[in-house]
Design a protein around this ligand. Structure first.
Ligand code: AQP
Length: 328
């Protein structure tokens, strides 16, 4: 039996290179060593209002990107979260074990709540739903970007609390951060993480951006007042560009330093842009093939949901029995 991996991405917009380098690329690498469940977490997406027609389209687009990036649905499950009812069911059971203070402390909740006129309860419950996603499959490892580390800690705290209250039930999941690319920053403002829901046109590089658009965005990226790369005195924008290059090229630290030291910013940006364009080319080509055959994609989603539902239902039944609520 291989150890199990669970991870997910919200279909809240166009997936960007932060999602790719922080999560997706790692998933592709891990799928041969782990039994993987990769979710399009639409129930998380609706913690902030989504246009229904657009959401439906983004769900399928996100699933197609998973496969285009190299997730092999023959060996990994690609699941739309809302198609496996046990996610929502376990979320409620865990909600009843979660101290409110734990949720109010979450950085992502505070950041996202600050952007809303009226804060929905779902936004507060977001980390409990994420804990449910992970604990449902007794996942051993969760590959995510750095911004999700706090939610993973909460998942472990919640698993421990449940086990202490009701007896050993859940496995403690380990956070798996990528060594390079755990936090890709916005191109327009390198002090903020690259994010799908930021609207600025120069903020994120979408995985489906045309090469000309990628080049344009990178050429406009914020750097600093130096004219060239000074390795001992780099602003966050330059660090971000070097990180993006290294994550796509696979170069070592020494290769990056010796190649870019003293390089003028215009040339640095051109080199980074070419690395990103080349790195995304196979994904973009495959994406076009997958979306040309919607029946294939829907078949994958149906088969994956059927494969994981028995695992999820078994966990929910155990949890219900442990908590004493009525179950068969
Ligand atoms: N900038 C980033 N750098 C590295 N990893 C990142 N991830 C997100 N942004 C970066 C990782 O991508 C995975 C999926 O993220 P998500 O869709 O669940 O939500 P998020 O973390 O809130 O990502 P976004 O893009 O900022 O979405 P919105 O704007 O909808 O909130 C996670 O593993 C995450 O760590």
């Amino acid at each position: 039996m291989k150890p199990r991996v669970l991870s997910g991405i919200q279909p809240t917009g166009s997936l960007h290179i932060g999602n790719y380098l922080g999560a997706l690329k790692n998933w592709v690498r891990m799928q041969h060593d782990y039994e993987c469940v990769f979710c399009i977490v639409d129930l998380h997406a609706i913690t902030v209002y989504q246009d229904p027609a657009e959401l439906r389209q983004k769900i399928e687009q996100t699933a197609a990107i998973f496969i285009a990036a190299g997730i092999d649905p023959q060996i990994s499950s690609v699941v739309v979260q809302s198609t496996v009812a046990a996610h929502a069911e376990l979320c409620w059971l865990l909600t009843c074990c979660t101290p409110l203070g734990w949720l109010e402390r979450m950085t992502q909740f505070k950041d996202k709540a600050a952007k809303q006129e009226s804060i929905g309860d779902g936004l507060l419950q977001y980390p409990v739903l994420m804990a449910a996603d992970i604990l449902l499959y007794k996942a051993n490892a969760v590959p995510v970007g750095d911004d999700q580390s706090q939610h993973l800690e909460l998942t472990r705290d919640l698993a421990q609390r449940f086990n202490a209250l009701y007896g050993e039930t859940f496995v403690m999941p380990e956070t798996k951060l990528p060594t390079i690319g755990a936090r890709i920053m916005g191109l327009d403002d390198p002090t903020k993480k690259m994010s799908k829901s930021e609207t600025g046109s120069g903020h994120a590089i979408s995985l489906l951006d045309e090469p000309s658009v990628i080049r344009k965005k990178i050429m406009r990226a914020t750097t600093d007042s130096n004219p060239h790369v000074d390795l001992v005195n780099m602003g966050p924008g330059v660090v971000n560009l070097l990180t993006i290059h290294q994550a796509f090229s696979g170069w070592t630290d020494d290769q990056v330093k010796s190649h870019f030291a003293g390089m003028r910013y215009g040339d640095l940006k051109k080199t980074v842009a070419e690395a990103v364009v080349a790195g995304l080319e196979p994904l973009q080509k495959r994406y076009k093939e997958i979306t040309a055959d919607p029946a294939y994609l829907r078949g994958v989603l149906r088969e994956s949901a059927a494969r994981v539902t028995p695992i999820a239902n078994e966990t929910v039944n155990t949890v219900k029995q442990r908590m004493g609520v009525y179950s068969d």
